[in-house]
Design a protein around this ligand. Structure first.
Ligand code: FAD
Ligand code: NAI
Length: 475
């Protein structure tokens, strides 16, 4: 017999589980179906983000940063260590514990909010009167019926043609997060977010890391000034980059992996590595969803077609997160999940794409919100720029990390903040002030007039806002 719900959510990543919780808060009977399995075959809700994305990558970034600090920077503080060692198995074990804490946390939240959780694969069966029938194939088979279905089935790593992931030598994000020992030579294809974060982890632990990037420029989505500063810092740390690389072959038949490519000058090159991470973007996932059964429309790249409100071509079927257009970020997925639940309840959920922050958790961290200087130029917007270096910030000096700067871009006439770009310590935390300011349509002067605690890194934000008017106080 089928089970009746008001809302069925397919996918328990940040888009799906948050949508389920919000819908339950609004008084709906809600089911959430997720198929992710832990190593014992049990449920592991949280999706890519919790299992093989945001959370485990940040755990490894933290461990490897501690090692880097102990190995190279503790000496500045008068701390000496003998026989410093890295136990990779323990580091990976700690990461797994952090992941499990998050999986368990989501299961607890489902209980707390009375969301019915089904562990298994959800697929559309058919449209029925007043809604849709969704099958669950897991330990037990179930049929659920609901008027509203929210699809949040996420994304998968894109493979390089002719180089399928074996997760032993050719690694997606999944394999990259569970390498058992530091590889002497690590290759990375793609100098995007995953390439930089994972490349940094293994470089800090002693791997020689070479990143091959197809584009001629570095981090094209970031502000050019920020990208330039970050590249300089990464190269100084020892990450090797090859831009305009055209990969022709990846051969994993021997001991390691040999990558053949043409460099920027068109010269044929080979790179031999022990392991290769391929991080060239991700593709929307609808595997097993059976969208054809109900006529759910996908675009030519496999993403579910939605409008600005996450409505699909079918009444009552919504889609959020990585499986639809827009940036593939956990917080974007969450915002869409909340907005859809509220729309189902007749409220006016809203996601402001103009103020979604981006963060890259390298060292230095990179974070931004709003438009870059190059975008403003291309859009013909008259703007003023203000920049303040962490070198001139007392807290950064005390921390021993003075790399980078905060940069403000404001409208030349109205002074409204159009973009804030940060490269440097704790950029991931500092960016929130800029997001709030932009949501409230603040001017650079508003930030410049707000009292910021001393000594704090946030003073660099205030000073960058002052710099828009050419009146920094400490530089
Ligand atoms: P997902 O998290 O992919 O969740 C989809 C879920 O649906 C999965 O559990 C899947 O098993 C399940 N599923 C799929 N099909 C079915 C089905 N038919 N039936 C049942 N279940 C199904 N973003 C950030 O904002 N910050 C970061 O620091 C960050 N770091 C990242 C690091 C890495 C290495 C990677 C790979 C990604 C990172 N991301 C980060 C991106 C972030 O993980 C995604 O944007 C986010 O997980 C998308 O959420 P989602 O809910 O749309 O999909
Ligand atoms: P990405 O889109 O960030 O970067 C991919 C890079 O690969 C680009 O620079 C691209 O030019 C390059 N590339 C593409 N094809 C190539 C080829 N054939 N040869 C060489 N280079 C090639 O994708 P990535 O790093 O795989 O990450 C996927 C997504 O996951 C990100 O876009 C982001 O949305 C999310 N993510 C977010 C994080 C965060 O918020 N901190 C961390 C990690 C991932």
């Amino acid at each position: 017999m089928s089970k009746q719900f008001d809302v069925v959510v397919i996918g328990g990543g940040p888009g799906g589980y948050i949508a389920a919780i919000r819908a339950a808060q609004l008084g709906f009977q809600v089911a959430c179906i997720d198929e992710w399995k832990n190593d014992k075959g049990g449920p592991a809700p949280g999706g890519t983000c919790t299992n093989v994305g945001c959370i485990p990558s940040k755990a490894l970034l933290q461990s490897s940063e501690h090692f880097e600090q102990a190995a190279h920077h503790f000496g500045d503080h008068g701390i000496t260590l003998d026989n410093l060692k890295m136990d990779v198995a323990k580091m990976v074990g700690r990461k797994n514990t952090v992941v499990k804490q998050n999986n368990d946390g989501i299961l607890y939240l489902f209980k707390k909010n009375k969301v019915s959780f089904f562990h298994g694969r959800g697929s559309f069966a058919k449209a029925v009167e007043g809604g849709y029938e969704v099958n669950v194939a897991g330990a037990a088979s179930e049929t659920l019926v609901a008027k509203n279905v929210i699809v949040a089935t996420g994304s998968n790593a894109r493979a390089l043609p002719g180089a399928a992931f074996d997760e032993e030598k050719i690694l997606s994000n999944d394999g990259a997060l569970r390498i058992g020992a530091v590889p002497a030579r690590l290759g990375v294809i793609g100098s995007g977010v995953i390439g930089l974060e994972m490349g940094s982890v293994w470089r800090r632990l002693g791997a020689e890391v070479t990143i091959l990037e197809a584009m001629p420029s570095f981090l094209a989505a970031a502000d050019e000034g920020v990208a330039k500063e970050a590249l300089k810092a990464f190269q100084k740390q020892g990450l090797k980059f090859e831009f305009s690389a055209k990969i022709s072959k990846v051969d994993a038949s021997g001991e390691g992996v040999v990558i053949s490519y043409a460099n920027a000058k068109g010269e044929e090159q080979t790179l031999a590595v022990d392991k290769l991470i391929v991080s060239i973007g991700r593709v929307a996932n609808t595997i097993g969803l059976n969208p054809e059964a109900v006529g759910l429309k996908l675009d030519d790249r496999g993403a579910i077609v939605v409008d600005d409100e996450c409505k699909t071509n079918l009444p009552g079927v919504w889609a959020v997160g990585d499986v639809v257009r827009g940036p593939m970020l956990a917080h974007k997925a969450e915002e869409e999940g909340v907005a859809v639940a509220e729309r189902i309840a007749g409220q006016h959920g809203h996601v402001n794409f103009a103020t979604i922050p981006w963060v890259i958790y390298t060292s230095p961290e990179i974070a931004w919100v709003g438009r870059t200087e190059q975008q403003l130029k291309a859009d013909g917007v008259a703007y003023k720029a203000g920049q303040f270096p962490f070198m001139a910030n007392g807290r950064a000096r005390a921390l021993g990390d003075t790399t980078g700067f905060v940069k403000f871009l404001a409208d030349a006439k109205t002074d409204e903040i159009l973009g804030v770009h940060i490269v440097g310590p704790f950029a991931s935390e500092l960016i929130s002030e800029a997001v709030v300011a932009m949501e409230f349509k603040a001017s650079a002067e508003d930030i410049a007039r707000i009292c910021h605690a001393h000594p704090s890194l946030s003073e660099a934000t205030k000073e960058a806002a002052l710099a828009v008017d050419k009146r920094t106080l400490n530089f």
